[in-house]
Design a protein around this ligand. Structure first.
Ligand code: HEM
Length: 436
């Protein structure tokens, strides 16, 4: 007789309890595990944005995740900018995460801004007026009944003004070679547009860009790789100026307001905030231009897993898949997660800016809420990598725009409008033509 040992028969409830335990606790354990790993590696989870977060909270959590060290912010920015870096041959802090390089670049930029502020607004305005005159004189066929493409004209005037007025390259405005100015502005725009389209970049264009920049900016000016300073200072400025002029031109009231702004022997900082009879200041006007047409619409970051992260992922068993399961398939892949701070959307949200959020209204800046004020600031980014020129640049754009309008008018030209206000491209139909 075979005696079987008494067998403990599992009751049907037991697996069920275990299942319940697993279902209830496993996500919590996995979440804890992911959290611990991410803290060890000092990087946030790849995350999809919560619908409950306000547009401003979303922007802040992308550009300045809580507790993120500067080294992480620099890596996330430079990784996101790789394509444009390759296209233009950039080597600055926007594309290189070295913290020392960042500190040096920011210090150099602050020094340039201190210099232009010490020289004063009157001198800056005179530089700009000379830039307009030289550009009109240099323009091919300018003595005939000209038809000058507006965007090309603003690009060249702003580059001249920035090179002499801000970067202080050691040349006068009229000494800057016109053909190099024309080639540099066109190439930066074309290379930028091409890099966004993902198309192959013709290899000789970058060398041409470097050569012509060197003709404009001699080695003695102290810029090792001139494009590193030209892009952050010029690329956004010309577009703000072009859109500001397009908005001024839309109304004779706006035109006379900006004309009056320049009617002074000495342009002082306080004049930017003087509110005219129409209920806004020139600073309000540019703020509104930048709200409705932010030159940087989205600011991207990329979180990338380092080899150490990957090793930990493997060691913890398919952590990648678990994270994807937990945080959604919105991420492109755990190795390379791109998030974009949607600046443009935040600046046009009707629940914040009211029903006329899509209309141009410079008066709104006289009575903005603290929430609107905070959102307006993200035009220049947020957190530790925010633009160092956030205070200077809008006032400089006001001076450049007013001066272009003034000088163009005095030289007998007028601005013809196109169908819509452009951005980096899209200025078809906009031109300066001789007054009939
Ligand atoms: C209207 C014109 C301008 C706009 C809209 C603008 C916008 C921005 C934005 C959005 C950022 C943050 C980028 C990011 O977080 O990835 C930034 C950074 C920066 N901008 Fe500007 N910018 C303008 C003009 C200038 C000018 C004239 C200078 C020259 C001094 C300048 C120097 C810088 C520097 C050095 C940084 C990097 C700051 C850091 O890494 O800590 N910007 N800018």
């Amino acid at each position: 007789m075979i005696f079987s040992s008494p067998r403990v028969r599992s009751t049907p409830e037991m697996p069920c309890t275990r299942d319940l335990f697993l279902v209830a606790c496993l996500p919590a354990i996995i979440t804890l595990l992911c959290y611990v790993c991410s803290r060890i590696l000092k990087r946030p989870f790849p995350r999809t944005l919560s619908k409950d977060e306000s547009p401003l909270e979303q922007i802040r959590s992308i550009l300045q995740p809580p507790g993120a060290p500067i080294s992480q912010l620099l890596i996330e920015r430079s990784t996101a900018n790789q394509r444009i870096s390759l296209a233009l041959g950039l080597t600055n802090t926007f594309v290189n995460p070295d913290p020392q390089l960042h500190a040096d670049f920011v210090q150099h930029s602050r020094g340039l801004l201190r210099g232009v502020q010490t020289n004063g607004w009157t001198r800056f305005q005179q530089t700009c007026a000379q830039a307009v005159q030289s550009t009109l004189e240099d323009w091919p066929d300018s003595d005939q009944q000209c038809n000058i493409p507006f965007d090309r004209f603003v690009q060249i005037v702003v580059l001249r003004t920035i090179l002499v007025g801000l970067l202080n390259v050691g040349k006068d405005v009229e000494e800057l070679d016109y053909s190099s100015l024309a080639i540099v502005t066109a190439l930066i725009n074309d290379l930028w547009t091409l890099s966004k389209s993902g198309a192959l970049l013709p290899s000789d264009l970058q060398q041409q860009l470097r050569d012509h920049l060197r003709r404009l900016i001699p080695i003695s000016a102290g810029f090792e790789n001139p494009i590193d300073f030209v892009v952050p200072t010029w690329e956004t400025m010309w577009r703000v100026c072009a859109t500001t002029i397009a908005r001024i031109e839309a109304s004779t009231d706006y035109q006379s307001f900006f004309h009056d702004f320049l009617q002074t022997d000495s342009l002082e900082a306080r004049q930017f905030a003087v509110v005219g009879s129409q209920g806004f200041s020139v600073r309000d006007f540019v703020q509104e231009v930048m709200r409705l047409h932010p030159p940087v619409k989205r600011i991207s970051r990329v979180h990338t897993l380092s080899p150490l992260n990957s090793w930990v992922s493997t060691a913890f068993g398919a952590l990648d898949h678990i994270q994807l399961w937990l945080y959604g398939a919105g991420t492109k892949g755990i190795e390379d997660v791109r998030s974009s701070a949607d600046v443009e959307a935040a600046l046009r949200t009707e629940t914040i800016w009211s029903g006329d959020a899509h209309a141009f209204n410079p008066r709104r800046h006289q009575s903005v809420s603290s929430q609107m004020k905070d959102i307006q600031q993200v035009v220049f980014g947020y957190g530790r990598l925010r633009c160092v020129a956030a205070t200077w640049a809008p006032d400089a754009a006001a001076v450049i725009s007013a001066t272009i309008m003034e000088e163009v008018g005095e030289s007998g030209l007028e601005l013809h409008r196109g169908a819509k206000i452009g951005g980096r491209n899209g200025w078809d139909g906009w031109s300066l033509v001789g007054r009939a």
